[in-house]
Design a protein around this ligand. Structure first.
Ligand code: TRP
Length: 339
C-alpha cells in the first residue's frame, strides 16, 4: 500500500482519567501541537470510552474530560486547525471497534504487554473492555484512515496491532481499504520520570504529589517541587555520557532540554560542572515560564465548561463527517445491509 493513496493524517488520543502531569504535556501534547503546526491534518481525541475500561466515577469522568480538553487548548491545540473532540460523541469508534473485535484474534490480545501489566494476577476480574481495548484503539485510528500516530513507547505495540488488524481486514475481504498507520515515537521527552525516583515514570497515581508536576500546579508549587527534586551528590557531568547510571540527573537534564526545546547535549554544554544549587533554580525558572501560562489558561477555560462542551461538539461533528463515510464503506465491504 502506498502512502500517496491516503492523506497525511495524524490521530492520537489521551485518556481522561485523573490529573494530568508534565509527562502528558512533554511526552504527548507538546508533540501534538508541533504536528498541528507542521500542517498535518490532525485529529486529537479525549478517549473517554477507553477511560471506562477501569471504573470511573461519572462526575469525575465529566470533569476530567473537560479538563483534558482545556489542557489541549491551553497547550496550543487550536480547534480551528485541529479536530478536537471526545470519543463517545462519534459512534463510528464503537461500531468499527466491534468489527475489529471480529477481525483481531484472541491470541493477538494475549500478547499485549500493557494488558498483562495492568491485569496482573487479577486477569479474571478485570473488565472485558480492558482486554478488547487495543481493538477499540485500532478503530480510533482507522476510522479516519489516519497515517501517523504520535504515541509514547508503551503504545507502540498497540499501533503495530492496528497494522495487523488493517492487514487482516484488507486480506480477508480482498480490499485495499485500510492504511498501515505509522507510530511516531517521541524523542528525548518520551519518558518523563518521577522527581523522587528517576527509575520510575512520572505518573498521576504515585503516592506523593511531590514526585510529579501537575499541569494545574501554580508557579510556587512548580518551583518548590523542582527545588526539592531528588538529585545526587555529584555536580553535572561534562558530557551526556556522564549521565549514565545517574537516573535523577538524567531525568532533570532531559526535562530541561524538553522544556527549552533543545537537546540534553546542549543543556550539558551550558551547565557542565555546575552544582545542583545552580541548575535546579534555573530548571525551576524555566519550568515556571513554560508551564505557568498553560496552567493559568486551563484555569480560565475551566471557568466556562459550556464553552468547552461547544468546542467538543463542533469537533465531534467534524470527526463524524470523516468517520461516518469510512464506516459506511466498511459496512458495505463486510456485507451489512444498509437501507
Ligand atoms: N491507548 C492510549 C494510551 O493509553 C490512548 C489511545 C486510545 C490512543 N486510542 C488511541 C493513542 C489512538 C493513539 C491513537 O495512551
Amino acid at each position: 500500500m502506498t502512502e500517496a493513496k491516503f492523506t497525511r493524517r495524524v490521530f492520537s488520543g489521551i485518556k481522561p482519567s485523573g490529573c494530568l502531569t508534565m509527562g502528558n504535556y512533554l511526552g504527548a501534547i507538546k508533540r501534538f501541537v508541533e504536528m498541528q503546526n507542521a500542517d498535518y491534518e490532525s485529529i486529537y481525541c479525549v478517549v473517554d470510552m477507553h477511560a471506562i475500561t477501569v471504573w470511573q466515577d461519572p462526575a469525575d469522568l465529566r470533569f476530567a474530560t473537560r479538563e483534558l480538553a482545556a489542557a489541549f487548548i491551553a497547550s496550543g491545540i487550536d480547534p480551528e486547525k485541529s479536530i478536537l473532540f471526545n470519543q463517545s460523541q462519534v459512534p463510528a469508534h464503537a461500531e468499527l471497534g466491534w468489527i475489529f473485535n471480529c477481525v483481531a484474534r484472541v491470541g493477538w490480545m494475549n500478547r499485549m504487554t500493557q494488558f498483562k501489566d495492568k491485569a496482573g494476577k487479577n486477569a479474571e476480574a478485570v473488565s472485558l473492555g480492558l482486554y478488547a481495548y487495543p481493538s477499540l484503539m485500532a478503530a480510533d485510528i482507522l476510522a479516519y484512515h489516519a497515517t501517523h500516530v504520535p504515541v509514547g513507547e508503551d503504545q507502540k505495540q498497540h499501533v503495530e496491532l492496528t497494522r495487523d488488524i488493517a492487514n487482516k481486514f484488507n486480506h480477508d475481504y480482498k480490499v485495499d481499504f485500510f492504511p498501515q498507520p505509522e507510530p511516531i515515537i517521541e524523542g528525548p521527552a518520551a519518558r518523563v520520570m518521577n522527581l523522587r525516583d528517576g527509575s520510575r515514570k512520572m505518573s498521576k497515581s504515585g503516592a506523593s504529589d511531590m514526585e510529579r508536576i501537575n499541569m494545574t500546579d501554580d508557579a510556587t508549587l512548580i518551583a518548590k517541587k523542582f527545588k526539592k527534586a531528588k538529585s545526587d551528590p555529584a555536580p553535572l557531568p561534562e558530557t551526556v555520557e556522564g549521565l549514565k547510571d545517574r537516573p535523577e540527573a538524567k531525568n532533570l537534564v532531559g526535562i530541561y532540554a524538553a522544556l527549552a526545546d533543545t537537546t540534553p547535549e546542549a543543556v550539558i554544554a551550558e551547565f557542565a560542572g555546575a552544582q545542583w544549587g545552580r541548575f535546579k533554580p534555573a530548571l525551576a525558572d524555566l519550568a515556571v515560564a513554560k508551564l505557568e501560562p498553560i496552567s493559568l489558561e486551563m484555569g480560565r477555560l475551566m471557568q466556562d465548561p459550556a464553552e468547552i462542551d461547544r468546542i467538543l461538539a463542533r469537533g465531534a461533528a467534524q470527526a463524524n463527517a470523516i468517520a461516518q463515510p469510512i464506516l459506511d464503506k466498511t459496512y458495505d465491504i463486510v456485507g451489512f445491509v444498509r437501507s
